[in-house]
Design a protein around this ligand. Structure first.
Ligand code: ZN
Length: 178
């Protein structure tokens, strides 16, 4: 009982991770499309638009953006009655894992680079009290510790907290499955 519940919880978390990735990579508007298409095959863009109550043009735009990331496949077929072509769409679930992984790797790399920079300049950051700029020691010294935006004297900023936050975000992300 306990086991089954924790497994379904894990699946739910994984799924929401996929939706989050879609929202980040394609856009928030793509999320209802993914939710609707889940477990379905060859659905026309008109039916998708009708079902999620969205404009067919914006649905189509999202679908093509998803196709660029290889998240959906489609085929076109001429509608005999209407005389125009209609596209029929299917999710490619295996691509979601790949995209989530790629996005995670990219984010991890950005965070590690940021952390590296913060660690290399530990205790050497200067910040404008009005938050116009945040500079490393050398750059702040070049402008005599005066904010280039508003002229206020820059203040020394302890970046230990930033370093700790970055470290915990990195380890959090590393421990995530997807
Ligand atoms: Zn300033």
């Amino acid at each position: 009982m306990q086991k089954a519940r924790s497994r379904s919880l894990a699946t739910a978390v994984r799924k929401s991770g996929h939706l989050q990735t879609v929202a980040e990579v394609v856009g928030q508007e793509a999320v209802p499309i993914v939710q609707y298409l889940k477990g379905k095959k060859n659905i026309s863009e008109f039916k998708i638009a009708e079902s999620i109550k969205a404009e067919v043009n914006s649905v189509r735009k999202m679908l093509y953006a998803m196709q660029t990331s290889n998240l959906v496949s489609y085929y076109r077929k001429k509608d005999r009655q209407k005389g125009w072509y209609i596209s029929y769409w299917t999710l490619k679930p295996e691509s979601f894992d790949y995209l989530s992984l790629a996005t995670k790797r990219q984010r991890l790399q950005q965070l590690r680079e940021r952390l590296h920079k913060e660690e290399a300049n530990e205790g050497l950051f200067y910040i404008c009290p009005s938050l116009c700029v945040r500079l490393e020691f050398d750059k702040a010294a070049e402008i005599s510790f005066k904010c280039p935006e508003c002229g206020t004297m820059l203040q020394h900023q302890d970046n230990i907290k930033t370093i700790e936050q970055l470290r915990s975000r990195i380890s959090e992300l590393e421990s995530k499955k997807n």
